[in-house]
Write a protein of this length. Structure first.
Length: 302
């Protein structure tokens, strides 16, 4: 089974956005777009990646959050069009939200991400979630059990940290012990990486505040993948467990044009064999001149 991993699309549209909708946390985001992000994040590599997936024999596409910039409806319309145009059925695409998809309390409260992305978050396993809860979801696909978690919570301006929360962590434990999951290789999707910065202040500003709880739930696994975004770089770390190890792999932003090769736009690809072994962890990097992709490494970090 071949899985393609995209992240941090940051599809932007301010069309129809009245000034009053920018008079909140979005104002700092808008300033960042004007001064920095808007000059580096472009839609061309995102759409080029979408067109390349079929040629690479990808079976399932995952997107680990920050599909939008400011969590506006018109941005989610762009997301809906992009996902619908990939040429895959909804059950072959799995998505989870990032902090930009829950950019304001209003966007989070209205379940805007769920409204637009519900077809890509269906679950094959009943985990006894609370009414209205969508995470975690479990999708059984060949030798893989794809498990989606949400670390997206609204934060004050200039804060981008995430939190999974105890109800999700407890449900994750139930998911991992389910017999249909236990016989497969778990592939977890979450926006924020489980390896946090050393500084507690940085964790509170940009990390996953309950990463220790997630690590504890994963402690019994002999193997698996934890796929994330958020860092805008390709990165591969290993998490030791009681019975083996888990590969924690980050994808760069699919829209980022950057001089650093490890940050340049692209997507990751993983091959899982029929017996559940992880046979490949690789990437494809965008060439902005040719408009094509070439093989690229996913650098290992201790």
């Amino acid at each position: 089974m071949r899985i393609a991993h995209l992240s941090d699309l940051h599809l932007l549209s301010l069309e129809g956005a009245v000034p009053s909708r920018l008079l909140n946390k979005r104002f700092t985001g808008w300033v960042n777009l004007k001064l920095n992000r808007g000059h580096k994040h472009k839609p061309a590599p995102v759409h080029a990646a979408g067109a390349a997936l079929r040629d690479l024999g990808v079976d399932h596409v995952v997107v680990t959050g920050d599909l939008t910039n400011l969590a506006l409806e018109q941005e989610f319309e762009l997301v809906k069009t992009f996902l619908g145009g990939l040429g895959y059925p909804a059950d072959a695409i799995s998505v989870v939200p990032g902090n930009h998809d829950a950019y304001t309390r209003g966007a989070h409260r209205s379940s805007r991400f769920k409204t637009y992305c519900a077809p890509y978050m269906t679950s094959d396993v009943d985990l006894g979630l609370a009414p209205g809860a969508s995470f975690p979801f479990v999708r059984l696909r060949g030798p893989a059990a794809i498990i989606g978690l949400s670390s997206a919570v609204p934060r004050p301006p200039l804060v981008a940290s995430g939190e999974i929360g105890q109800p999700q962590l407890e449900a994750l434990g139930r998911a991992l012990s389910h017999p249909d999951v236990a016989e497969r290789t778990p592939v977890l999707l979450v926006h924020h990486p489980l390896h946090n910065p050393i500084s507690r202040a940085r964790v509170l500003l940009e990390g996953l505040v309950d990463a220790e709880g997630l690590v504890a739930e994963l402690g019994g696994l002999a193997r698996g993948l934890v796929l994330h975004g958020h860092l805008h770089r390709r990165i591969h770390r290993t998490l030791a467990t009681r019975t083996g190890s888990i590969d924690a792999v980050g994808a760069t932003s699919s829209s980022l044009l950057h001089e650093d090769a490890d940050k340049m736009a692209g997507f990751n690809v993983y091959d899982v064999t029929d017996d559940g072994a992880i046979a490949r962890i690789g990437a494809y990097r965008f060439d902005p001149i040719a408009g094509t992709f070439a093989d690229a490494p996913v650098p290992r970090v201790a």
